[in-house]
Design a protein around this ligand. Structure first.
Ligand code: COA
Length: 411
């Protein structure tokens, strides 16, 4: 049975790694000026996972408050998007399913296409819900962006997970059709199975990203999408936040609108608060931009937002969503700010030690220290298996009731 009811994001929650390295600290050791990081890249700090955190623990942490608020009765599918997968066979979402005590009558699957994966998951979820309106889909996007030490990509690392509940009659954002689509085979960023860190041609990836903006927008227009004037602002994938400003200028150019620098900055800045202090979180990045915008802006009722999702390699999508009037009552601003401010500040030497924390690959027993600030942890490995445990049940279902929020906790 299909339905005519709106489908979209009913709830959204995110969590990040428990450690943080500031770009001010990084710059003291890399020789780059701090202005390059703060202004040139638009990054203030980056989250890093503690020894007992990974994509599963962050995703479970992000999803737990959603389960507490909505229960599990209507969830039929869990889609886990990541490009930092921990297993070639088993979906990371199955571990989350177990940690959250979800019922057995749920399908769980993992999706991959670089940073684009969560958008594929969101669209697949919307189609499933459209087909069976009584069902809900839990979409998880969780990644740890990790580049080689002393490489240009080093300043654009980060770690976070976003959880979204997709349903009919959503409380936050209705997802519209059509989508503008774009795929182009390009080696701008990739990670062969034998590598822990990604390989990237940074400048090529920026050019590929901008080409994808153009391609996806042209396709969106060819499918009779909205004109640019009808779109209040655009949430972009943000490998570093300046990329979103560059992309928006490029989109306006492509759409034939004269790009006024001040207006562009005004439109895009509210989408960048979280990413500039968390760093790149690959699949989660675009949806952190949405969280930032919703948490920061009071007056989005019934506004149309654009979304641009880019995954290197490359696949991209442009689509729009309508903000549901009354969305503010559902937000989790307080919990989001708390997840950011509880991170432990580490210095450069500690960062180098935690940058690559290899787990044993010989099947030996290995215990990990309790470092996470979150509710779930990777306690160790044994017989080539990851062992997870719940630290305590999250009681974090706080809603923001204020009208003015400061989304820039000091880092
Ligand atoms: N004050 C202000 N801005 C400064 C500066 C200073 N002192 N010094 C440099 N900058 C600016 C540069 O002009 C440049 O801005 P521009 O692109 O608008 O010209 C920006 O800071 C970055 O400097 P650049 O020398 O180009 O950095 P880099 O060679 O270290 O590479 C990336 C930057 C993003 C390519 C690199 O971090 C990377 O490879 N990241 C991973 C891949 C990625 O994120 N790709 C994006 C698409 S998915």
């Amino acid at each position: 049975m299909t339905n005519d009811r709106a489908v979209g994001i009913h709830d959204l929650s995110f969590r990040t790694g428990s450690l943080v390295l500031t770009h001010a600290e990084l710059s003291k050791h890399t020789g780059a000026s701090v202005a390059k990081y703060h202004k040139g890249l638009g990054q203030q700090a980056m989250s890093l996972p503690a020894a007992d955190e990974d994509i599963v623990t962050m995703a479970a942490d992000a999803a737990a408050p959603i389960i507490e608020r909505h229960g599990t009765d209507r969830i039929c599918t869990l889609l886990f998007a990541t490009e930092t997968s921990i297993d070639q066979s088993k979906a990371a979402g199955v571990y989350v399913h177990s940690l959250l005590n979800l019922p057995s009558n749920i399908r769980v699957v993992e999706l991959k296409q670089a940073c684009y994966g969560a958008t594929a998951a969101l669209q697949f979820a919307a189609a499933l819900v459209q087909r069976e309106p009584e069902q809900q889909v839990l979409v998880l996007a969780s990644d740890i962006a990790c580049y080689d030490l002393d490489s240009p990509g080093e300043a654009t690392q980060g770690a976070a997970a976003v959880a979204m509940l997709v349903s009919v009659d959503p409380s936050l954002v209705e997802i519209n059709t059509p989508s503008g689509l774009y795929t182009h085979d390009v080696m701008d960023f990739w990670r062969p199975n034998y590598r822990a860190t990604a390989l990237v041609n940074g400048k090529k990836s920026m050019a590929a990203y901008l080409a994808a903006v153009e391609g996806a927008w042209h396709d969106y227009q060819a499918r009779e999408g909205l004109s640019i004037e009808k779109i209040r602002t655009v949430c972009y994938h943000q490998p570093f936040t300046r990329m979103a400003f560059k992309a928006h200028r490029h989109l306006l150019d492509t759409a034939g609108v004269e790009a006024d620098a001040t207006a562009t900055d005004h439109a895009i800045a509210p989408t960048t608060h979280y990413n500039e202090i968390i760093g790149n979180s690959y699949t989660a990045s675009l949806y952190l931009a949405l969280a930032s915008l919703l948490d920061a802006e009071d007056e989005l009722d019934a506004e149309t937002l654009g979304f641009f999702s880019y995954g290197s390699g490359s696949v991209a999508e442009f689509f729009t969503g309508r903000v549901v009037p009354g969305y503010r009552a559902q937000l989790r601003t307080t919990a989001h700010l708390e997840a950011i401010s509880r991170r432990r500040d580490i210095d450069y030497n500690a960062y180098r030690r935690v940058h690559t924390q290899p787990l044993p690959d010989d099947g030996s027993q290995h215990r990990l220290p309790h470092q996470t600030q979150g509710s779930f942890r990777l306690s160790g490995m044994e017989d080539h298996q990851r062992i997870y445990e719940a630290v305590h049940v999250s009681a974090d279902i706080a809603c923001s009731k204020g009208t003015h929020r400061r989304l820039t906790p000091t880092v």
